[in-house]
Ligand binder design. Structure first.
Ligand code: NAG
Length: 267
């Protein structure tokens, strides 16, 4: 609906001013196409948009033809992060009445997320493969509970903070350049850690020899392993403790859920 209104609005305001040539602007770009907007020219029966790389202007990559009442259209497929010359011709029975052109770059190619891992109960670490021509990246984090955020990041790995514990989030990423943004990557789901610190222990198990968890006080003590045997022994201890810790976390969550249920039934 918004789109239709927008087109109608453009149609009405693109007045034909006598003595003024056709003008063209690139309205938006993706990695693969451009939305081009132009002004009408008197007596034109169609408009032809031709897109060629600036480096080889005589070898067009794509073109599209539009009717006399159209002032905006999409052209593609194009290549990512390439500077193109966009030419619009006003035609009457295939005779060129007027023409103009503008330069524009396409957005970078789509990024791939390599993995998303929990760093702690409020932070995810996102690793991705950088793409050529990107001046930065935009991370999008959302979930089924209606959480949505977008954040600019410079490089990989990137941290996403201020999240809820033990909650699943869906992460996607877009590459940004001076012209615009790529399409989002396919999304990757990850869950933040429980607030009682299980994943801290999991991450450190390989290097620490003695680990003592006191679930009641939520404290963890660790010291470095000096031998292979100590490390192996510690690993077995941690397995046991993680099992114990997991049970404790489940109990905490159940208690919390119980409290909330009791609280709401009292209202
Ligand atoms: C386009 O039209 C304008 C106004 O009539 C004219 O001044 C200009 O020279 C024309 N340009 C071309 C490339 O035909």
């Amino acid at each position: 609906m918004k789109g239709l209104l927008f087109f109608a609005f453009l149609g009405m305001t693109a007045e034909i001013a006598a003595g003024v040539g056709i003008t063209v602007t690139v309205f938006s770009v993706t990695s693969k196409n451009m939305i081009v907007r132009w002004t009408r020219f008197p007596d034109a029966t169609s408009y032809k948009v031709t897109v060629a790389p600036l480096s080889t202007p005589d070898d067009p990559t794509a073109f599209a033809q539009f009717g006399p009442n159209t002032v905006m259209g999409s052209v593609g497929p194009l290549s990512p992060n390439v500077v193109y010359e966009v030419k619009v011709e006003a035609l009457a029975n295939q005779v060129v009445l007027n023409t103009t052109s503008v330069e524009s770059r396409t957005a970078p190619q789509t990024v791939n997320i390599d993995n998303v891992k929990a760093q702690d109960s409020s932070t995810l670490i996102v690793a991705f493969t950088p793409v050529g021509g990107a001046t930065g990246y935009q991370l999008r984090v959302e979930n089924a509970q209606g959480y949505f955020s977008e954040e600019a990041v410079a490089s990989s790995p990137a941290l996403v903070g201020s999240l809820l514990p033990y909650t699943t989030y869906s992460v996607s990423i877009m590459a940004v350049n001076s012209a615009g943004r790529s399409q989002p990557s396919s999304s990757v789901e990850a869950r933040t850690c429980e607030s009682c610190g299980r994943c801290l222990i999991r991450r450190r198990r390989a290097t620490f020899s003695s680990v003592a968890i006191r679930p009641s006080s939520r404290r963890t003590h660790m010291s470095l392993a000096s031998t292979e045997e100590e490390s192996m022994a510690a690993s077995r201890t941690v397995d046991g403790m993680m099992h114990h810790g997991a049970r404790w976390c489940r109990q905490q969550r159940a208690d919390q859920a119980g409290d909330e249920a009791t609280a709401s039934s009292l209202k």
